[in-house]
Design a protein around this ligand. Structure first.
Ligand SMILES: [Fe+2]
Ligand SMILES: [Fe+2]
Length: 226
């Protein structure tokens, strides 16, 4: 996997920063991704992107302070209306690629890079789980009336196992132990592949189908901004 290009806002003069970043993002081809680094929460930029180009970009945080704020920003493949399936399946793919990238570094013995990428992966996946549990699952439960015996209960249980295996991968990278990383990755994928498939094929689409366009747009924007 090729490395995602980085745009460090801290290197751009304040007076032209916002315009320069927007111009660079506008130049992204569909499917292209950029890592944006900022010295503070880039809420002004993200709001501007959503207001001026409502369907053009997706974003997900990589790191949120206290020194740097880093976001992945991607130009969406098609400017179709937002859906939970579209946004969170993109986030699954983004996270899969980050994990693969961490292992590529570890296999080459590049441990500082492997650890940094494993930590980014952990931050990204834990945040993904957080927005599912705090925002999406309650919306699904509200929209379908399915609570106690439903899929969100199963998903929450699986999230516990997923987090444990991710912690193991980071520990393996810290200890420069590729065998341990591989063992923990096998544990992770033993749950995650099917978990993501169930979400993408059942849970996300059933939420999408039950909300009207305005409610759905509001829900996905809330997921993106959290
Ligand atoms: Fe999940
Ligand atoms: Fe998910």
């Amino acid at each position: 996997m090729s490395k995602t290009p980085v745009l460090d806002a801290r290197e751009i003069p304040m007076a032209t920063r916002l315009q320069t970043i927007v111009a660079r993002l506008e130049g992204l081809q569909p499917g292209e991704m950029l890592e944006l680094v900022a010295p503070h929460e880039p809420s002004k930029l993200l709001s501007k992107l959503l207001a001026e180009f409502p369907l053009r970009f997706d974003f997900s945080p990589l790191e949120r302070g206290p020194v740097a704020w880093r976001y992945h920003v991607t130009a969406r493949l098609d400017p179709v209306p937002r859906s939970v399936t579209n946004y969170l399946a993109w986030d699954h793919d983004r996270l899969d690629a980050m994990l693969e990238h961490a292992f590529e570094h570890a296999q080459r013995g590049e441990w500082p890079g492997a650890l940094a990428l494993a930590q980014d992966f952990k931050h990204g996946l834990f945040r993904h789980i957080e927005i599912e549990e705090q925002i999406l699952f309650p919306a699904f439960e509200e929209a379908t009336g399915i609570r106690d015996m439903g899929p969100t209960v199963v998903m929450r249980h699986e999230h516990v196992d997923i987090k444990e295996a991710v912690e193991g991968i980071v520990r393996g990278a810290k200890d420069k132990n590729l065998d341990e990383m591989e063992r923990q990755r096998a544990n992770l994928l033993g749950v995650l592949i099917e978990h993501n498939m169930k979400e993408e094929q059942i849970l996300y689409p059933s939420t999408d189908q039950r909300l009207d366009a305005k409610a759905l747009e509001g829900l996905v924007v809330k997921l993106m901004l959290n």
